[in-house]
Design a protein around this ligand. Sequence first.
Ligand SMILES: Nc1nc2c(ncn2[C@@H]2O[C@H](COP(=O)(O)OP(=O)(O)OP(=O)(O)O)[C@@H](O)[C@H]2O)c(=O)[nH]1
Ligand SMILES: [Mg+2]
Length: 218
Amino acid sequence: MANSFQEECDYLFKAVLIGDSAVGKSNLLSRFARNEFHLDSKPTIGVEFAYRNIQMGDKLIKAQIWDTAGQERFKAITSSYYRGALGALLVYDTTRRATFENLKKWLHELREFASPDMVIVLLGNKSDLSHSREVNVEEGQSLAQEENLFFMETSARENVNVEEAFLQMVGGIFEIASQKSLQNKTNEATNPTLQGKKEIIYVDEVSATKRTNNCCSY
Ligand SMILES: Nc1nc2c(ncn2[C@@H]2O[C@H](COP(=O)(O)OP(=O)(O)OP(=O)(O)O)[C@@H](O)[C@H]2O)c(=O)[nH]1
Ligand SMILES: [Mg+2]
Protein backbone atom coordinates (compact mmCIF):
# COMPACT_ATOMS: atom_id res chain seq x y z
CA MET A 1 0.00 0.00 0.00
CA ALA A 2 1.30 3.48 -0.83
CA ASN A 3 2.24 5.58 2.20
CA SER A 4 1.36 9.26 2.38
CA PHE A 5 4.62 10.25 0.70
CA GLN A 6 4.20 7.89 -2.27
CA GLU A 7 0.58 8.82 -2.93
CA GLU A 8 0.31 11.24 -5.85
CA CYS A 9 -0.81 14.75 -5.00
CA ASP A 10 -1.93 17.93 -6.75
CA TYR A 11 0.12 20.29 -4.59
CA LEU A 12 3.17 19.97 -2.37
CA PHE A 13 3.40 22.67 0.28
CA LYS A 14 6.41 23.21 2.49
CA ALA A 15 5.81 24.75 5.89
CA VAL A 16 8.03 25.29 8.92
CA LEU A 17 7.68 25.17 12.69
CA ILE A 18 9.51 27.88 14.61
CA GLY A 19 9.73 29.12 18.18
CA ASP A 20 11.94 28.81 21.28
CA SER A 21 13.24 25.51 22.55
CA ALA A 22 10.78 23.26 24.42
CA VAL A 23 7.64 25.16 23.45
CA GLY A 24 6.30 21.92 21.95
CA LYS A 25 7.04 22.19 18.20
CA SER A 26 8.02 18.53 17.75
CA ASN A 27 5.06 17.30 19.75
CA LEU A 28 2.62 19.45 17.78
CA LEU A 29 4.04 17.89 14.63
CA SER A 30 3.98 14.31 15.91
CA ARG A 31 0.39 14.85 17.09
CA PHE A 32 -0.62 16.14 13.66
CA ALA A 33 1.33 13.61 11.56
CA ARG A 34 0.99 10.43 13.66
CA ASN A 35 -1.34 11.29 16.55
CA GLU A 36 1.53 10.79 19.02
CA PHE A 37 2.59 12.75 22.08
CA HIS A 38 5.77 12.22 24.14
CA LEU A 39 6.11 13.62 27.64
CA ASP A 40 9.86 12.95 27.66
CA SER A 41 10.78 14.17 24.14
CA LYS A 42 14.39 15.27 23.57
CA PRO A 43 15.35 18.62 21.99
CA THR A 44 15.47 18.36 18.21
CA ILE A 45 18.91 18.23 16.64
CA GLY A 46 19.25 19.51 13.07
CA VAL A 47 16.10 19.31 10.94
CA GLU A 48 13.32 16.72 10.83
CA PHE A 49 10.41 16.37 8.41
CA ALA A 50 6.93 14.94 8.47
CA TYR A 51 4.33 14.66 5.74
CA ARG A 52 0.58 14.47 5.78
CA ASN A 53 -1.85 14.36 2.91
CA ILE A 54 -4.88 16.60 3.14
CA GLN A 55 -7.90 16.63 0.87
CA MET A 56 -9.21 20.13 0.07
CA GLY A 57 -12.18 20.07 -2.29
CA ASP A 58 -11.09 17.98 -5.27
CA LYS A 59 -7.36 18.56 -4.65
CA LEU A 60 -4.98 16.39 -2.67
CA ILE A 61 -2.35 18.39 -0.86
CA LYS A 62 0.84 16.94 0.53
CA ALA A 63 1.96 19.09 3.47
CA GLN A 64 5.68 18.76 4.09
CA ILE A 65 6.38 20.18 7.54
CA TRP A 66 9.90 21.00 8.67
CA ASP A 67 10.81 21.00 12.35
CA THR A 68 14.06 22.24 13.83
CA ALA A 69 15.69 23.09 17.12
CA GLY A 70 14.66 26.28 18.87
CA GLN A 71 18.15 26.50 20.34
CA GLU A 72 20.52 29.27 19.25
CA ARG A 73 23.38 26.90 18.52
CA PHE A 74 21.57 25.52 15.45
CA LYS A 75 21.11 28.92 13.80
CA ALA A 76 23.47 28.18 10.90
CA ILE A 77 20.76 26.32 8.97
CA THR A 78 18.32 29.24 8.96
CA SER A 79 18.22 30.29 5.31
CA SER A 80 17.86 26.77 3.90
CA TYR A 81 15.20 26.06 6.50
CA TYR A 82 12.99 28.89 5.24
CA ARG A 83 13.69 28.45 1.51
CA GLY A 84 10.48 27.68 -0.38
CA ALA A 85 8.33 27.66 2.76
CA LEU A 86 4.81 28.92 2.17
CA GLY A 87 3.59 28.67 5.75
CA ALA A 88 4.86 28.84 9.31
CA LEU A 89 3.55 27.83 12.70
CA LEU A 90 5.13 30.23 15.18
CA VAL A 91 4.89 28.65 18.62
CA TYR A 92 5.28 29.98 22.17
CA ASP A 93 4.66 28.31 25.51
CA THR A 94 1.73 29.83 27.47
CA THR A 95 3.50 28.83 30.72
CA ARG A 96 6.80 30.66 29.95
CA ARG A 97 6.57 34.39 29.32
CA ALA A 98 10.10 34.53 27.92
CA THR A 99 8.99 32.43 24.93
CA PHE A 100 6.25 35.01 24.24
CA GLU A 101 8.68 37.95 24.58
CA ASN A 102 10.98 36.23 22.09
CA LEU A 103 8.29 36.20 19.39
CA LYS A 104 9.53 39.63 18.23
CA LYS A 105 12.87 38.02 17.44
CA TRP A 106 11.18 35.19 15.51
CA LEU A 107 9.03 37.65 13.56
CA HIS A 108 12.15 39.62 12.70
CA GLU A 109 13.78 36.43 11.39
CA LEU A 110 10.66 35.62 9.34
CA ARG A 111 10.75 39.06 7.76
CA GLU A 112 14.40 38.58 6.89
CA PHE A 113 14.24 35.06 5.44
CA ALA A 114 10.66 34.16 4.58
CA SER A 115 8.51 35.06 1.61
CA PRO A 116 6.31 38.14 2.26
CA ASP A 117 3.08 36.28 1.46
CA MET A 118 3.84 33.42 3.83
CA VAL A 119 0.83 32.27 5.87
CA ILE A 120 1.73 32.53 9.56
CA VAL A 121 -0.26 31.02 12.41
CA LEU A 122 0.71 32.04 15.95
CA LEU A 123 0.21 29.24 18.49
CA GLY A 124 0.16 29.51 22.28
CA ASN A 125 0.88 25.89 23.21
CA LYS A 126 0.44 23.93 26.49
CA SER A 127 -3.02 25.39 27.14
CA ASP A 128 -3.68 22.30 29.31
CA LEU A 129 -1.32 23.69 32.01
CA SER A 130 -3.78 26.35 33.17
CA HIS A 131 -2.40 26.41 36.76
CA SER A 132 1.03 27.62 35.56
CA ARG A 133 -0.11 29.98 32.80
CA GLU A 134 2.03 33.13 32.36
CA VAL A 135 0.55 34.52 29.12
CA ASN A 136 -3.19 35.29 28.76
CA VAL A 137 -5.10 34.36 25.68
CA GLU A 138 -5.86 38.10 25.11
CA GLU A 139 -2.14 38.87 24.86
CA GLY A 140 -1.72 36.26 22.13
CA GLN A 141 -4.78 37.57 20.31
CA SER A 142 -3.64 41.16 20.43
CA LEU A 143 -0.12 40.39 19.19
CA ALA A 144 -1.62 38.36 16.33
CA GLN A 145 -3.87 41.28 15.42
CA GLU A 146 -0.96 43.75 15.51
CA GLU A 147 1.23 41.53 13.35
CA ASN A 148 -1.55 40.32 11.06
CA LEU A 149 -1.27 36.64 11.99
CA PHE A 150 -3.81 33.88 12.58
CA PHE A 151 -3.93 32.83 16.24
CA MET A 152 -4.90 29.83 18.33
CA GLU A 153 -4.08 28.29 21.68
CA THR A 154 -3.22 24.60 21.45
CA SER A 155 -2.40 21.59 23.57
CA ALA A 156 -0.31 18.92 21.89
CA ARG A 157 -0.74 16.86 25.03
CA GLU A 158 -4.54 16.89 25.07
CA ASN A 159 -4.87 17.21 21.30
CA VAL A 160 -6.68 20.55 21.43
CA ASN A 161 -6.71 22.68 18.25
CA VAL A 162 -3.70 20.85 16.73
CA GLU A 163 -5.52 19.64 13.63
CA GLU A 164 -7.25 23.04 13.36
CA ALA A 165 -3.94 24.94 13.51
CA PHE A 166 -2.28 22.94 10.73
CA LEU A 167 -5.44 23.02 8.61
CA GLN A 168 -5.74 26.78 9.00
CA MET A 169 -2.20 27.17 7.70
CA VAL A 170 -2.59 24.68 4.83
CA GLY A 171 -5.99 26.18 3.92
CA GLY A 172 -4.45 29.66 3.80
CA ILE A 173 -1.65 28.46 1.53
CA PHE A 174 -4.15 26.61 -0.67
CA GLU A 175 -6.19 29.78 -1.11
CA ILE A 176 -3.12 31.73 -2.28
CA ALA A 177 -2.00 28.87 -4.56
CA SER A 178 -5.47 28.63 -6.11
CA GLN A 179 -5.50 32.37 -6.81
CA LYS A 180 -2.06 32.11 -8.45
CA SER A 181 -3.15 29.13 -10.51
CA LEU A 182 -6.24 31.02 -11.68
CA GLN A 183 -4.05 33.99 -12.57
CA ASN A 184 -1.72 31.69 -14.59
CA LYS A 185 -4.72 30.32 -16.50
CA THR A 186 -5.88 33.86 -17.30
CA ASN A 187 -2.36 34.68 -18.52
CA GLU A 188 -2.34 31.55 -20.69
CA ALA A 189 -5.67 32.54 -22.23
CA THR A 190 -4.37 35.99 -23.14
CA ASN A 191 -0.91 34.75 -24.19
CA PRO A 192 -1.21 31.58 -26.36
CA THR A 193 2.57 30.89 -26.27
CA LEU A 194 2.20 29.90 -22.59
CA GLN A 195 -0.50 27.31 -23.27
CA GLY A 196 0.16 23.72 -22.21
CA LYS A 197 3.23 24.62 -20.18
CA LYS A 198 3.12 23.19 -16.69
CA GLU A 199 4.95 25.19 -14.08
CA ILE A 200 6.84 23.09 -11.56
CA ILE A 201 8.77 24.94 -8.90
CA TYR A 202 10.81 22.73 -6.62
CA VAL A 203 10.57 23.42 -2.91
CA ASP A 204 14.17 22.46 -2.20
CA GLU A 205 16.76 19.87 -3.16
CA VAL A 206 15.35 17.23 -0.82
CA SER A 207 11.86 17.28 -2.26
CA ALA A 208 13.21 17.67 -5.79
CA THR A 209 14.97 14.32 -5.55
CA LYS A 210 12.16 12.56 -3.73
CA ARG A 211 9.05 14.07 -5.28
CA THR A 212 6.33 12.03 -6.93
CA ASN A 213 5.54 12.72 -10.58
CA ASN A 214 2.51 14.94 -10.24
CA CYS A 215 3.61 17.04 -7.29
CA CYS A 216 4.34 20.65 -7.73
CA SER A 217 4.62 23.52 -5.32
CA TYR A 218 3.48 27.08 -5.72
N1 LIG B 1 1.71 19.83 29.21
C1 LIG B 1 2.14 19.92 27.95
N2 LIG B 1 3.41 19.62 27.65
C2 LIG B 1 3.81 19.72 26.36
C3 LIG B 1 2.94 20.12 25.32
N3 LIG B 1 3.61 20.13 24.17
C4 LIG B 1 4.87 19.75 24.45
N4 LIG B 1 4.99 19.48 25.79
C5 LIG B 1 6.19 19.06 26.50
O1 LIG B 1 7.17 20.08 26.38
C6 LIG B 1 8.47 19.52 26.26
C7 LIG B 1 9.15 20.03 24.99
O2 LIG B 1 8.43 19.59 23.85
P1 LIG B 1 9.08 19.49 22.38
O3 LIG B 1 8.00 19.16 21.45
O4 LIG B 1 10.26 18.58 22.40
O5 LIG B 1 9.60 20.99 22.21
P2 LIG B 1 10.34 21.66 20.94
O6 LIG B 1 9.73 23.00 20.74
O7 LIG B 1 10.33 20.73 19.80
O8 LIG B 1 11.84 21.86 21.48
P3 LIG B 1 13.22 21.97 20.62
O9 LIG B 1 13.29 20.78 19.73
O10 LIG B 1 14.32 21.99 21.65
O11 LIG B 1 13.18 23.27 19.87
C8 LIG B 1 8.30 17.99 26.28
O12 LIG B 1 8.51 17.53 27.59
C9 LIG B 1 6.84 17.80 25.90
O13 LIG B 1 6.27 16.63 26.45
C10 LIG B 1 1.58 20.43 25.67
O14 LIG B 1 0.72 20.80 24.85
N5 LIG B 1 1.25 20.32 27.02
MG1 LIG C 1 11.82 19.79 18.77
